[in-house]
Write a protein that binds this ligand. Structure first.
Ligand code: CAA
Length: 246
């Protein structure tokens, strides 16, 4: 019908968001946004993972300068320019950049196996694509602190309880429920739907631009630290990191 469906498809890496995948995701969203036959979009992954975060193997070799020169996380910001509603249909892992993509969507349908988290602290960095800003708005400061400072992941039921997701449904149904919701919205008055989305986002994003710019800078700066190199190298080598505070 009038729903554009996008499936993240790098199952061998739990849909880790490398540059190519992010570019293709944004190109697809922007193409649907321009298409008059489409009224709403759904982004999904597979049952095991929506996305386990930015691609750590791609980032592990980067310096601060390279991260800043290429503006590594800028591609995530393109979701904010999409005018039509975007629904995330999430099952399994939604971690790091994956959780940040979900937080940038307008509504979230979760399967009962969904898990939401910001594990960047394990890599010696912080969320760099909106996590520190949007999570506070989504679940409140106390829980956001625990999730980002201490890698607390939320189960689907917890995410529902704290208002992060719209609905939790059995794993066999989450995609259909998301598509049905998108289908209902897609036939509503297009101009009013877009205006409503813009204004609702405005209410929560008024001070967001400053926060996002600052967050990105701090994220890039951390790439200069020994701990960041150690954290990412340890992930690649499948061992525990040894922190030195340098
Ligand atoms: N980047 C690159 N590869 C990843 C990945 C990631 N974020 N997450 C998983 N993979 C890969 C694994 O390396 C593994 O590949 P190989 O078989 O080639 O080794 C494959 O996907 C399957 O993963 P696991 O064997 O680790 O699966 P598991 O079930 O044992 O564990 C997991 C699942 C707990 C999600 C674990 O994979 C994990 O901790 N992943 C990393 C999560 C993470 O740190 N995300 C944050 C990234 S930083 C970020 O997103 C920054 C930002 O704000 C933009």
């Amino acid at each position: 019908g009038r729903v554009g469906l996008i499936t993240l498809n790098r199952p061998q890496a739990l849909n880790a968001l490398n540059n190519q995948l992010m570019r293709e995701l944004m190109d697809a969203l922007e193409a649907f946004d321009k298409d008059d036959d489409i009224g709403a979009m759904v982004i999904t992954g597979n049952e095991k993972a929506f996305a386990a975060g930015a691609d750590v193997k791609e980032m592990a070799v980067k310096t601060t300068l390279q991260m800043m020169d290429t503006d590594h996380v800028a591609v995530f910001g393109r979701i904010r320019t999409i005018q039509k509603p975007v629904i995330a249909a999430v099952s399994g892992w939604a971690l790091g950049g994956g959780c940040e993509v979900v937080l940038s969507c307008d509504m979230i349908i979760a399967s009962d196996s969904a898990k939401f988290g910001q594990p960047e602290i394990n890599l010696g960095v912080i969320p760099g694509a909106g996590g520190t800003q949007r999570l506070v708005r989504a679940v409140g400061k106390a829980l956001a602190m625990e999730m980002i400072l201490n890698n607390r992941a939320l189960t689907a039921q917890e995410a529902l309880h704290y208002g992060l997701v719209n609905r939790v449904v059995p794993v066999g149904d989450y995609l259909n429920v998301a598509i049905l919701l998108a289908d209902e919205i897609a036939v509503r008055a297009p101009l009013a739907v877009r205006a409503a989305k813009r204004m609702i986002n405005h209410s929560s994003e008024s001070f967001l631009a400053d926060g996002l710019a600052e967050e990105k800078q701090v994220f890039y700066n951390l790439f200069a630290s020994e701990d960041r190199k150690e954290g990412m190298q340890a992930f690649v080598e499948k061992r525990k990191p040894e922190w030195t505070g340098k």
